[in-house]
Ligand binder design. Structure first.
Ligand SMILES: Cc1ncc(COP(=O)(O)O)c(C=O)c1O
Length: 394
């Protein structure tokens, strides 16, 4: 067994990391030396079998065109089976270089200009641009936030779905940024509304391996044959194994008619996986389980650390404890600041680069999203900076 050391501080500067780019931090968060806790990648090294496989591939020296080999597809099929108990077929999987590109291709393929796509804000903000940049309209089914918990507003969802212009929903499952792991019951109710109203479910499951017990992930397409035929499930090893820079995702489309249409689009623009993406996926899905299990323990301890810190030292700030993801959603509403004042406080006084809640759409105002996938000592320093920035506010 390899024991991984997630406490190790690794310098990511000069690795072309956007998270740590001084220029980006200066332009977007006011100071080049802000501590970056925004974009969703981790400050941990990935699993050793992935590093070894990539080194072997790099040493080969020839990096010509890649393709979706049987081994590459089998790795994704087996992962769904072993982690989620979902039987999928390799023919159902389409490759895209990331889920954002996939969502763009999906809207382009299945929507006409002016159609509506449902989102459930506050939600992963690129969803909003993907819809509007493709000439479609956002139909917002905001989540209900009550007593520190987020729920789906099913009555409103039904009303929005009934609009004949509504063609699709972007389901974020688990949900970024609120951290909900939707239960099978919730997904079933949502899926039934979509079937009744002919709304295609595009389930973004990029965070589905990062789940804290006792929660468990239900792949949308696993629930029933009817749901399988009315869904596109977007998955990737990228969040799980910190491989976002390798641009890799597996889009599961069990419905042959939908798959042929989407595949036509992908083949027209000639999309195939890069040499490093295939190698990384095979190593991650075949040999990465030991790492992910250890990672989840560390992340959960980080979460407990934040929870205690916030309760003891920043009692006016509330942590919405995520059931999944390494992103925590902090509620600053009790401080009585405006969104701009809160942003300035984090950027100029705390010097921490967080994602402002309002960019996630309605319901995100006066929240901040913090990425806690970093060594605990750095997390502690960041929380102490936030704590100091709040002093004297009363
Ligand atoms: C819900 C969600 N979908 C998609 C992405 C990005 O996916 P990709 O890097 O594969 O385009 C992220 C990244 O944070 C995410 O949180």
């Amino acid at each position: 067994m390899t024991a991984y050391n997630f406490d190790e501080i690794i310098d990511r500067k000069r690795t072309d990391s956007i998270k740590w780019s001084k220029k980006h931090l200066k332009e977007n968060f006011n100071a080049e030396d802000s501590f970056p806790m925004w974009i969703a990648d981790m400050d941990f090294k990935t699993a050793q079998p992935i590093i070894d496989a990539l080194i072997r591939r790099a040493e080969h020296g020839i990096y010509g065109y890649g393709y979706k080999s049987d081994e590459f597809m089998a790795a994704a099929v087996n992962w769904q089976k072993k982690r989620n108990g979902w039987d999928i077929e390799k023919e159902w999987i389409l490759f895209t270089p990331g889920i954002i590109p996939a969502l763009n291709f999906i809207v382009e393929t299945f929507c006409n200009k002016g159609d509506k796509v449902i989102i459930q804000s506050p939600v992963y903000y690129p969803f909003l641009n993907i819809i509007t940049n493709n000439g479609c309209q956002i139909a917002n089914n905001s989540l209900i936030y009550e007593q520190g918990e987020y729920k789906i507003n099913f009555e409103e969802l039904e009303a929005i779905a009934q609009d004949s212009k509504t063609k699709m929903i972007f389901l974020c499952s688990p949900h970024n940024p609120v951290g909900r792991v939707w239960t099978e019951k919730e997904l079933t109710r949502l899926g039934e509304i979509c079937i009744r109203n002919n709304v295609l479910v595009v389930s973004d499951e990029i965070h589905s391996d990062l789940i804290f017990k006792p929660n468990h992930h239900t792949p949308f397409g696993k629930i029933s044959e009817e749901f399988r035929m009315n869904s596109i499930v977007c998955t990737s090893p990228s969040k799980t194994f910190n491989l976002a820079g390798l641009q890799l995702s597996n889009i599961i489309v069990p419905n042959e008619r939908l798959r042929n249409k989407l595949n036509h689009k992908l083949t027209t623009i000639d999309i195939d996986p890069g040499s490093f993406a295939t190698v990384a996926q095979i190593a991650a899905y075949n040999d990465g389980e030991e790492w992910i299990e250890q990672l989840l323990i560390y992340l959960e301890e980080n979460l407990t650390f934040i929870d205690q810190f916030v309760k003891e030292r920043m009692p006016k700030v509330k942590l919405i404890k995520p059931e999944a993801t390494y992103l925590a959603w902090l509620d600053f509403r009790e401080l009585g600041l405006s969104d701009l004042e809160l942003q300035q406080l984090m950027q100029k006084k705390a010097k921490i680069a967080l994602d402002d809640g309002f960019i996630f759409g309605a319901g995100g105002e006066l929240f901040q999203r913090i990425n806690f996938a970093c060594p605990r000592s750095l997390l502690q320093q960041a929380l102490e900076s936030i704590e100091r920035s709040l002093q004297g506010l009363d």
